[in-house]
Design a protein around this ligand. Structure first.
Ligand code: GBH
Length: 476
């Protein structure tokens, strides 16, 4: 005893939560059942060339019908918590009156999770705006923020007594800049001004919902999830590269972190976007509304960026797999280029960079979550690989297994550096509808056969189960 693997095992702190994450449109299917209406993603999937193979979330993983089995699978993996999202168009079809059948699905799912001893973590918005609201301008329309608050309250009416953790938005950067500026995601609009308007209204929606939920119940754990990156200059001695990194940090990270934690947009960001129209949308009092105190911050981390003002073969966004023309999501980063560093790539062509997660957690804790006494979680981290099924039916995915272990190691490194990280959610529990990439990219620790809907726990899922059971990262 005390030798070998046991001696080198790195324990996670008591109370650290292990989970996995999904999102409604990516797994539920049943897109037009029980009163659900179109979201912007249902509509976007019908745009020729917008999504690979013309795929859509119409059927997805049939989680709407198979949620009981899926919860049993989570229990078998030993997950302590499960992060899922609700579909606004299911709960309030067309953004209108509450649909009891839609709400009931989330109520049954919650009961099933609680019955399995798994802590439910609800995200209210993971990109699927009711299409009817988009027809009134979507997130470029200020009214959508107030509609979001009403939707949040209707979810609270149904689940407030059973769901302890509430996240307003998942990755507002994607629902604004990737969706209204790059046009790579629904609704596929392409304007710097519209992206800025959407970002501001999403932030306002967050602040309005936090205030309303807090008023209902001071004991809820309330927060937001942001996709953050570590932007590094290719050459730290180059003023041009340093400014490129500053711009990306501002337009990716601080544009959301500063309003939420400090009640202001960063000065340098405002300078970068001068003349693009943001001020038309920002009303007196908005930033105070946005900066409502929160309890938790979710960080989604996939990879960092190495940037320069020197042109590179790589465009800034590798997120445009389709035949539709897309643009840079950054409203004011013309002349900034991504320089891949030759690191191993996932199937998304994202460079594997685990230490970036440690660096990011250290920085966010020092600058934002620490001073605000806000609990920090990794709410998404994961990788797509081209898995194959072995003859014996197992799914060996050594690269994903290594990815998982390395990133959990980076979380432990951050904890060693003094960061109070409260939990980790692997993205994703299941292979699922990967947005513009359709079903071509598989992120799951559980494989989904889309012909039979059969679920198979991959080798990475078995490894995650061992890590959770040991509450430690043992030797590989
Ligand atoms: C998450 O988004 C989503 O929350 C989830 O639904 C999705 O399935 C999962 O990731 C996997 O994609 O630096 O300009 O090249 C992550 C989205 C991916 C957005 C990387 C930024 C790089 C943009 N992020 N992307 S750029």
């Amino acid at each position: 005893a005390g030798a070998g693997a046991a001696a080198s095992a790195r324990p996670f702190p008591p109370g650290f939560l292990f989970g996995a994450a999904t999102a409604a449109y990516q797994i539920e299917g049943a897109a037009h059942r029980d009163g659900r209406t179109d979201s912007i993603w249902d509509a976007f999937c019908r745009v020729p060339g917008a999504v690979i193979n013309g795929d859509s979330g119409e059927t997805a993983c049939e989680h709407y019908d198979r949620y009981r089995d899926d919860v049993a699978l989570m229990k078998d993996l030993g997950l302590q918590t499960y992060r899922f999202s609700s579909s606004w168009a299911r709960v309030r079809p067309d953004g209108g009156a509450v649909n009891p059948l839609g709400v009931d699905f989330y109520s049954r799912l919650t009961d099933e999770l609680l019955g399995a001893g798994i802590r439910p973590w609800l995200t209210l918005y993971h990109w699927d705006l009711p299409q009817a609201l988009e027809e009134d301008g979507g997130w470029t329309n200020r009214d959508t923020a107030y509609r979001f608050r009403d939707y949040a309250l209707s979810m609270h009416d149904a689940l407030g007594d059973r769901v302890p953790v509430w996240t307003t938005l998942n990755e507002p950067w994607c629902s604004s800049f990737l969706s209204y500026t790059a046009g790579a995601h629904a609704p596929g609009r392409q304007s710097a001004e519209l992206g800025l308007a959407a970002a501001h209204h999403l932030l306002l929606a967050h602040g309005l919902a936090i205030e309303a939920l807090r008023e209902r119940d001071a004991a809820l754990e309330l927060g937001i999830t942001l996709n953050l990156t570590v932007a590094k200059p290719v050459d730290p001695a180059s003023a041009g590269d340093l400014d490129a990194a500053r711009r990306i940090d501002a337009q990716f990270n601080r544009v959301f972190l500063d309003p939420v934690f400090r009640g202001s947009y960063p000065e340098d960001f405002l300078e970068d976007v001068t003349g693009l129209g943001l001020e038309k949308y920002v009303k007196d009092g908005d930033l105070a509304q946005i900066a409502q105190p929160i309890d938790s911050l979710g960080v989604n981390y996939y990879h960092g960026e190495f940037v320069s003002d020197r042109p590179a073969a790589h465009p800034l966004v590798g997120d445009a797999p389709t035949t539709r023309q897309t643009r840079s999501p950054f409203p004011a980063a013309d002349g900034v280029f991504n320089h891949p560093q030759g690191l191993p790539l996932t199937a998304m062509d994202w460079e594997v960079q685990p230490d970036g997660l440690r660096e990011l957690l250290v920085e966010v804790e020092a600058e934002y979550s620490g001073p605000a006494r806000v609990k920090l979680y990794v709410t998404e981290n994961g990788a797509a690989y081209d898995d194959t099924v072995a003859d014996d039916g197992t799914v060996p995915d050594p690269e994903r297994t290594a990815f998982l272990r390395e990133h959990l190691g980076a979380v432990l490194d951050a904890i060693d550096d003094g960061v109070d990280v409260h939990g980790y959610f692997y993205w994703s529990l299941l292979d699922n509808f990967e947005w513009a990439w359709g079903y071509e990219k598989r992120f799951g620790i559980v494989r989904v056969d889309y012909e039979t809907q059969q679920r198979t726990v991959k080798q990475s899922g078995l490894e995650y189960r061992r890590i959770i059971a040991a509450r430690a990262l043992g030797a590989a």
